[in-house]
Ligand binder design. Structure first.
Ligand SMILES: Nc1ncnc2c1ncn2[C@@H]1O[C@H](COP(=O)(O)OP(=O)(O)OP(=O)(O)O)[C@@H](O)[C@H]1O
Ligand SMILES: O=c1ccn([C@@H]2O[C@H](COP(=O)(O)O)[C@@H](O)[C@H]2O)c(=O)[nH]1
Length: 229
């Protein structure tokens, strides 16, 4: 199976000292060893938000803030790359979709961070999945799926176990899109998922084993977005 795994920065690198980079690298290498073609897209997490917050206070505009965010996503991606064995992974973080596609064609694990302003790595993962014709797109994020409302704000929020792409678009349409904003999947990503008919899973990525089980066995506790073209 060809799979794109989007790993939230808050999941992979909650802080540079306390990170989940090694266990994630082990799961990704394990998937590759059992015959899957894997691309990982890494988010910026709390570190990106700290930089974005500091620069916002200094008067930077949203595009400049996005550029800072992209830089941090690429740093986090380099951290993941550092933990992956060189013979099985690309030697650099791909800065565009062609570079990631080339890595997959070489038989390497591809690793990306952000690409351009005004989106998040959620959209990068969806666009990459469309570009490389992935069979599955997995969002390993800080919440166990897409809810009716923000589960960190609303105790009555209920998880959607299954959504169509159209329903996913509607669910996230009103969410904020400023630099560093939080959403389980950003709006642009949902539109790409919809147009490409990508089979997509959103799950709690705090334990990377959940990603392995979702890919290997199709077992997960989260939200499935039904891929229909
Ligand atoms: N309807 C909703 N369903 C689920 N989560 C929601 C919803 N609305 C808002 N959220 C928020 O979306 C966030 C999703 O995770 P968040 O963007 O913080 O991190 P991530 O996906 O791990 O990536 P990164 O940290 O790299 O940005 C959560 O903080 C959650 O509070
Ligand atoms: O392609 C991209 C990716 C990211 N950004 C900016 O970086 C932050 C952090 O990324 P997350 O994926 O949310 O962790 C994001 O909020 C954007 O401001 C970007 O502009 N373009």
């Amino acid at each position: 199976m060809r799979v794109v795994v989007s790993v939230g920065g808050s999941v992979l690198v909650p802080t540079p000292e306390e990170n989940r980079v090694e266990p994630y690298a082990a799961v990704i290498e394990g998937l590759a060893a059992s015959g899957h073609e894997v691309a990982a897209v890494v988010g910026g997490g709390g570190v990106a938000r700290e930089y974005i917050g500091a620069a916002r206070d200094l008067g930077a505009n949203e595009i400049e803030l996005d550029q800072l965010g992209i830089a941090v996503t690429r740093l986090n991606a380099r951290l993941l790359l550092a933990a992956l064995d060189e013979p099985v992974a690309a030697s650099t973080v791909a800065e565009n979709y062609e570079g990631a596609d080339e890595a997959l064609h070489r038989g390497d694990i591809a690793v990306m961070g952000g690409v351009v302003p005004a989106q998040t790595t959620d959209a990068v993962a969806a666009a990459l999945a469309e570009y490389v014709n992935a069979d599955l797109l997995v969002y390993a994020t800080s919440v166990p799926g897409v809810f009716t409302a923000d589960p960190n704000e609303d105790p009555d929020a209920e998880r959607h176990d299954e959504l169509t792409a159209e329903q996913l678009v509607e669910t996230v349409a009103t969410m904020e899109m400023t630099a560093g904003a939080s959403a389980p999947v950003d709006l642009l990503a949902t539109k790409v998922i919809q147009r490409a008919g990508l089979e997509t899973i959103v799950l709690d990525g705090s334990d990377p084993e959940r990603v392995r089980r979702a890919v290997e066995a199709g077992e997960f506790d989260g939200t499935r977005v039904v891929g229909e073209r």
